[in-house]
Design a protein around this ligand. Structure first.
Ligand SMILES: Cc1ncc(COP(=O)(O)O)c(C=O)c1O
Length: 441
């Protein structure tokens, strides 16, 4: 770990999704990470209750990943990804394809979740056009959905602060399903709420309004994370699948946070037994050691696009860093760890004690809902009058001061620890939150 420095100038960096002025007045600086813990610049240990940003699924600083990246950096630092390849990119694609539901075995590499989402939306449009249905251009997202920050992602996304500044230039022809959170019906759900499958039927209304022949794709997070953990009601995803299939509309699951074990299986699709036409992923794909993302595409979609094109490039899309050698090295090493250590199964095994610990917060001051699935939990707090978000922000800050990292969006605390967490750390995580809730107004 580097020595703490008083002299670092904070002024030049414009921090993403951050209250910059507040942060710079009271900075929180991390300097090291190992296993389940961060170390702050002033030398304190912080239990990572959020796997960084839902991404460090195997825990921090795994030597196998460090070694793979280091080896690759000295061996092949960079290879162009257009019209030329390197072996690890194909190995990594095969490795990811093997974890996807049957048929989703064509893999397009990106560098982030936002890029994966925009890539999937473009593939949907290209597919319909390749089949002579170029008029299918509408995209359907969902209220409260988060699909990153590209123009495609914020258009189908449903988080208003992310959209309003750009409202005049969002993609045309986008519509949104209603979100599934209705505390009067589904508060305190353990696992999938029993209430709410019928909300998927709203898609029929949207289709009737626009006509199926104009709609390219529906995109949802199978479990919505960034909006504050919304678990899909029993039967909801199945209904979306049935309706989209019946109308020739593609279904995209945005699995940027759910892929790679978060719900106790390789994918949420596998966990719920619902197979979409495309899956977007990032984060845990490389254990976040190197930025990486991907889209898994149904083979028939890929083939239709290739078959419809002449002899040249079939799909005019890609990134300088698609399948970057360091990313593919990190992907392969991370996947080795997940498999060798059975981390997806571990997440499944820990989901019961995790659920118990989360729901033990019921009855604490300010707590108005707890919801969970796999190694994800959301704890919703009553907002302070006139200051939405302030109470959860204070819990976050006080937990950090006591050595525990949690996340908050609005007044919901979100928990998504590395899958290597143990039961005593689960107790510490929720126990610290309980103490803090008792202290604050
Ligand atoms: C469901 C989902 N999609 C997309 C993204 C965007 O990913 P990135 O920040 O890597 O662009 C996120 C990030 O949290 C996400 O949760």
């Amino acid at each position: 770990m580097r020595a703490p420095s008083d002299s670092v100038d904070l002024s030049n960096l414009w921090m993403p999704f951050t209250a910059n002025r507040q942060f710079k007045a009271h900075p929180r600086l991390l300097a090291g990470a190992q296993g389940m813990y961060y170390t702050t610049a002033d030398g304190r240990r912080i239990l990572d209750g959020t796997a960084g940003l839902w991404c460090v699924n195997a825990g921090h600083a795994r030597p196998e990943i460090i070694e793979a990246i280091t080896r690759q950096a000295s061996h092949l630092d960079y290879a162009p990804s257009f019209q030329i390849g390197h072996e690890d990119s194909f190995r990594a694609a095969s490795r990811i394809a093997a974890l996807m539901p049957d048929g989703l075995d064509r893999i397009f590499f990106t560098n982030s979740g936002s890029e994966s989402v925009d890539t999937a939306l473009k593939i949907a449009l290209a597919y319909h056009r390749a089949r002579g249905e170029g008029q299918r251009t509408r995209l359907i997202g969902r209220e409260r959905g988060y699909h990153g920050v590209g123009f495609g992602g914020i258009s189908v996304g449903g988080i208003s602060p992310n959209r309003k500044t750009f409202s005049g230039v969002l993609l045309p022809g986008v519509d949104h399903l209603p979100h599934t959170h209705a505390p009067e019906h589904n508060a305190w759900s353990r696992g999938q709420p029993a209430w709410g499958a019928h909300l998927a039927d709203e898609l029929e209304r949207i289709i009737a309004l626009h006509d199926a022949s104009t709609i390219a794709a529906v995109i949802v997070e199978p479990l919505a994370g960034s909006t504050g953990v919304l678990v899909p009601p029993v039967g909801y995803l199945e209904r979306l699948r049935e309706i989209t299939a019946r109308h020739g509309i593609l279904l995209i699951f945005d699995e940027v946070i759910t892929a790679f074990g978060r719900l106790g299986a390789a994918t949420a699709s596998g966990r719920f037994g619902v197979t979409p036409d495309m899956i977007t992923m990032a984060k845990g794909i490389s254990n976040a050691a190197i930025p990486a993302g991907a889209v898994a595409v149904l083979r028939g979609i890929h083939d239709a696009i290739l078959d419809a094109s002449g002899s040249g490039i079939e799909f005019f899309h890609g990134y300088t860093y698609s399948a970057h050698p360091m990313a593919t090295a990190a992907i392969l090493a991370a996947q080795d760890i997940y498999e060798r250590e059975g981390l997806f199964q571990r997440a499944e095994a820990l989901s019961a004690p995790f659920e118990e610990a989360a729901h033990a917060l019921r009855g604490r001051r300010h707590v108005i809902d707890v919801r969970n699935l796999g190694l994800v939990a959301g704890v919703e707090l009553a907002p302070r009058e006139g200051a939405p978000g302030a109470r959860a922000a204070e819990v976050f800050a006080r937990c950090f001061d006591r050595g525990v990292l949690v996340r908050y969006t609005g007044d919901t605390l979100a928990f998504s620890p590395p899958l290597v967490i143990d039961e005593s750390q689960i107790a510490e995580l929720f126990g610290t939150v309980a103490e803090v809730l008792d202290e604050i107004d």
